[in-house]
Design a protein around this ligand. Structure first.
Ligand SMILES: Nc1ncnc2c1ncn2[C@@H]1O[C@H](COP(=O)(O)OP(=O)(O)O)[C@@H](O)[C@H]1O
Ligand SMILES: [Mg+2]
Length: 259
């Protein structure tokens, strides 16, 4: 049986004037159905590009991407849209909710695209909002909610068509650490229920909760394996420590200059 996700030498290059930015540089990997994978790496390492390709929002410059055994590069626009709607649920850092619609309306949007009849839409939207603990806020507007609650709405929206694959790009990035852990817990629960979950994060404490980590640096996979292995994080931890030291030094230098 084929893997759910299969990258073979996937590249994404951008020509910027005279230079080529290698957002993804010959990435080869497989993700099986039912996995929970965290993609980690510094800002600019290619995480979002990777996610956009997995989510059929973008196509590789070179190499092949197979989703459920089918070559995404060979699909037509209509097929891609259908795959996105049936197979994928997206959760973004900035929630991307529609401000004028209440929670029911927001969660119904993917079902409108899928032409689900009205009564069924309402029932399903209500059920998923209850599932994420917002059953008492069905008629609220997004701006009446906290960040954590808004992220739960976006999880409900991602779930509403029961997609096998959930893609979350920095879903905890705009949340405090407590709320972030709650959102992570929700994604873990979905994984236990059988959804494959791919989580992008630059937060090591979040990533460590995933059984498998793929670490990117400059568009290349530099680690793929167990989150508990020291190699999973070694470089970002050191870099973060150096950054901290540099910040402190700059602050102290600044203070010294002022006094
Ligand atoms: N549309 C684009 N045009 C040019 N360069 C891009 C574009 N999208 C991403 N990049 C570059 O590709 C690299 C990887 O970006 P991205 O995947 O967004 O990284 P991450 O999500 O890890 O921060 C970065 O150097 C970024 O500047
Ligand atoms: Mg990103």
């Amino acid at each position: 049986m084929s893997a759910l996700i299969e990258f073979n030498e996937v590249c994404k290059f951008y020509q910027m004037g005279d230079t080529v930015v290698k957002a993804l540089d010959h990435v080869t990997m497989k993700i099986e159905k039912g996995e929970f994978v965290a993609i980690v790496g510094q800002s600019g390492s290619g995480k979002s590009t990777c996610m956009n390709i997995i989510g059929c929002l973008d196509v590789p410059t070179a190499g092949t991407y197979k989703l459920n055994g089918r070559d995404v590069g060979k699909m037509k626009r209509g097929e891609l849209a259908a795959i996105r709607n049936e197979m994928l649920g997206f959760v973004f850092q900035q929630y991307n909710l529609l401000p004028k619609l209440n929670l029911m309306g927001n969660v119904e949007v993917p079902m409108i695209y899928a032409r689900v009849p009205r009564a069924q839409r309402h029932a399903r939207a209500k059920a998923v909002l209850e599932q994420v603990g917002l059953g008492d806020k069905l008629r609220s507007k997004p701006n009446q909610l906290s960040g954590g609650q808004q992220q739960r709405v976006s999880i409900a929206r991602a779930l509403v068509r029961n997609p096998p694959l959930i893609l979350a790009d920095e879903p905890t990035g705009a949340l405090d650490s407590h709320t972030g852990r709650e959102v992570l817990g929700m994604l873990q629960e979905l994984n236990r229920e059988g959804h494959t979950v791919i989580l992008i994060t630059h937060d090591n404490s979040i990533a460590m909760q995933a059984p498998r980590i793929i670490r990117l640096e400059d568009g290349r996979i530099v680690y793929d394996g167990d989150a508990r292995s020291p190699e999973a994080f070694v470089s970002p931890v050191i870099e973060a420590a150096i950054e901290d030291l540099q910040k402190k030094a700059a602050q102290e230098g600044g203070e010294a200059a002022c006094s």
